[in-house]
Design a protein around this ligand. Structure first.
Ligand code: BGC
Length: 513
């Protein structure tokens, strides 16, 4: 842990040094890692609602769309079209396992470099696509880039940042994701006005911009001291700590990193350790939170907002404009979370956000059900369409100050050091897995469940809100290394985890020589 650590007494230690320019550049690099992810999330929906794009790659979807009496719910239902969106996430999921080994064995920068290059090639392939195969190959390359960036950038960040700004940095990553989505919404809005097939090509190729900036970062930034020490380069690590902290008094921090690195080498089986009963609550949270985050249904709006608005009978331009509006709400509401999370706590945000999302989804279901019924025919009045847009914005805002940032923050702060990296890997993998699942099934769910789709997600939101109410203790202001206590004192988890005296038997398994 760079920047601060816990003394044996449990008090926070403060190292000498200040927030230097290097650390600020680190933030910018991290932001570009998040932008890459966000741009991808936001770009596909707009592109798949552009006629020129559909005509060229998905002519059947285009033809269906033109049939005025076609069932509204099913006009975009196409496996190929879905695969275009979701292939990225399955590639990212698989890549993140390789990325975690590469990040550990060769360093954080080689991972970023590899991720940036793959991403760049992916955006070129997509921008130049001549057929569906090229499109999907491009998306897979982008996915590999995202897998490597999402694994290495947050680790790079938390190792470079001084402890006192680490929490804020965590949420800035989410902020960058939302800015990336919004940027993609805006680009799509602009390029949709270009005649011919240049519009979607520009949208897809512009993904190269954040990638080039992240690549430049990977070339010019220094490796983290933690990674250098992990690979035996202590002198080099010392010089870097001096540079990033702006002081020559770095012995204490250096020694702590060396100790932490030694200690983590003792834990040879973090994957086996994490299965021990004493880590059960954290393990459950690392699986449940990212899964529930995706079952809020947020990515239906992020991926398919323009398609959804078109389904509701909005015109082309109104659909893209509505996506721009919900994208902006997403960015702005994230600030609410950044400003209140350490004051009101995680639970308050989770619970308020859950209730707001539940009500909005129920109402969207009711309005759409009343308009289109189960046959999927009919037209929406202007008033109802605007009301739906308002409800979707209320829903997006609620997500953006609750499950959005907290879905990343909470799992990252509850694991003890010896199993933290394994826990984080599970969190990222579960998140991408369910992002993929939702992207993959949404269009056909819309076709089959019709307006009931919104009730389906409302049901999940209700379930997860009850789950948080009963099972997630408050983690606000609890020092990371004292987090264990909150589970012991919890009404439910206190009964599940072994008591003090049983713990001797479940010590981390030592390394085998
Ligand atoms: C989620 C993404 C989602 C984004 C929306 C993130 O926290 O992991 O799946 O698209 O928030 O802002």
């Amino acid at each position: 842990m760079a920047g601060g650590s816990f003394a044996p007494t449990g008090e926070v230690k403060h190292y000498a040094g200040k927030v230097t320019g290097f650390v600020v550049i680190t933030c910018i690099v991290a932001a570009f890692g998040g932008l890459i992810f966000g741009y991808d999330i936001g770009v596909s929906g707009g592109v798949t609602s552009m006629d020129a794009f559909l005509k060229q790659f998905f002519p059947q979807v285009y033809a269906k769309q033109l049939q005025a009496h076609e069932n509204q719910y099913c006009k975009f239902d196409s496996e190929l079209l879905t695969m275009f969106t979701s292939s990225l996430y399955v590639a990212g999921l698989l890549a993140s396992f390789f990325a975690s080994s590469m990040t550990r064995l060769y360093g954080r920068l080689p991972s970023m470099l590899f991720g940036g290059v793959t991403f760049l090639i992916g955006s070129a392939v997509n921008g130049a696509a001549k057929d569906v195969t090229m499109l999907i190959v491009g998306r897979v390359l982008l996915g590999v880039g995202v897998g490597f960036a999402n694994q290495s950038v947050p680790v790079y960040l938390s190792e470079m940042a001084p402890a006192k700004i680490r929490g804020a940095l965590n949420m800035c990553f989410q902020l960058a994701i939302t800015i990336g989505i919004f940027a993609a919404n805006l680009v799509n809005y602009g390029t949709s006005k270009i005649n011919g097939d240049y519009g979607w090509r520009i949208s897809l190729a512009l993904a190269a911009v954040p990638a080039i900036i992240m690549l430049a970062g990977a070339v010019f930034l220094p490796e983290t001291p933690n990674s250098l020490i992990e690979r035996g380069q202590v002198e080099k690590a010392k010089a870097i700590i001096q540079k990033i902290r702006g002081t020559s008094e770095v012995e204490e921090e250096l020694q702590d990193i060396i100790d932490a690195s030694e200690a983590s080498k003792q834990v040879a089986h973090p994957w086996a350790n994490i299965l021990q009963k004493k880590y059960r609550p954290q393990l459950v949270m690392a699986i449940a939170i990212p899964m529930f985050q995706q079952f809020t249904g947020i990515n239906i709006i992020m991926f398919y907002a323009p398609v959804l608005f078109k389904t509701l009978g909005f015109g082309d331009e109104a659909s893209l404009m509505s996506a721009v509006i919900s994208g902006l709400v997403n960015v702005l509401a994230t600030f609410v979370s950044i400003g209140t999370v350490d004051k009101f706590g995680r639970r308050a945000l989770f619970l308020e956000g859950g209730v707001q999302m539940f009500i909005s989804q129920l109402l969207v279901g009711v309005v759409i059900g009343k308009t289109f019924g189960t046959s999927g025919t009919g037209t929406i009045t202007k008033g109802s369409a605007n009301f739906v847009l308002f409800l979707i914005c209320a829903y997006v805002a609620a997500f953006a100050w609750s499950w959005g940032p907290l879905g990343w923050l909470v799992p990252s702060e509850i694991f003890p050091l010896e199993v933290r990296s394994a826990g984080q890997c599970i969190n990222v993998a579960v998140n991408l897995l369910f992002t993929f699942v939702i992207a993959q099934v949404f269009l056909s769910m819309l076709c089959h469940l019709k307006f009931g789709l919104f009730f389906f997600f409302a049901g999940w939101v209700l379930l997860m809100t009850i789950f948080i109410f009963f099972f997630l203790p408050e983690t606000k202001n609890v020092p990371i290394e004292e987090m264990e206590l909150i589970w012991r004192k919890h009404w439910f988890w206190g009964k599940i985890i072994p008591q003090e005296d049983d713990r001797a038997q479940s010590k981390p398994k030592p390394a085998q020589s």
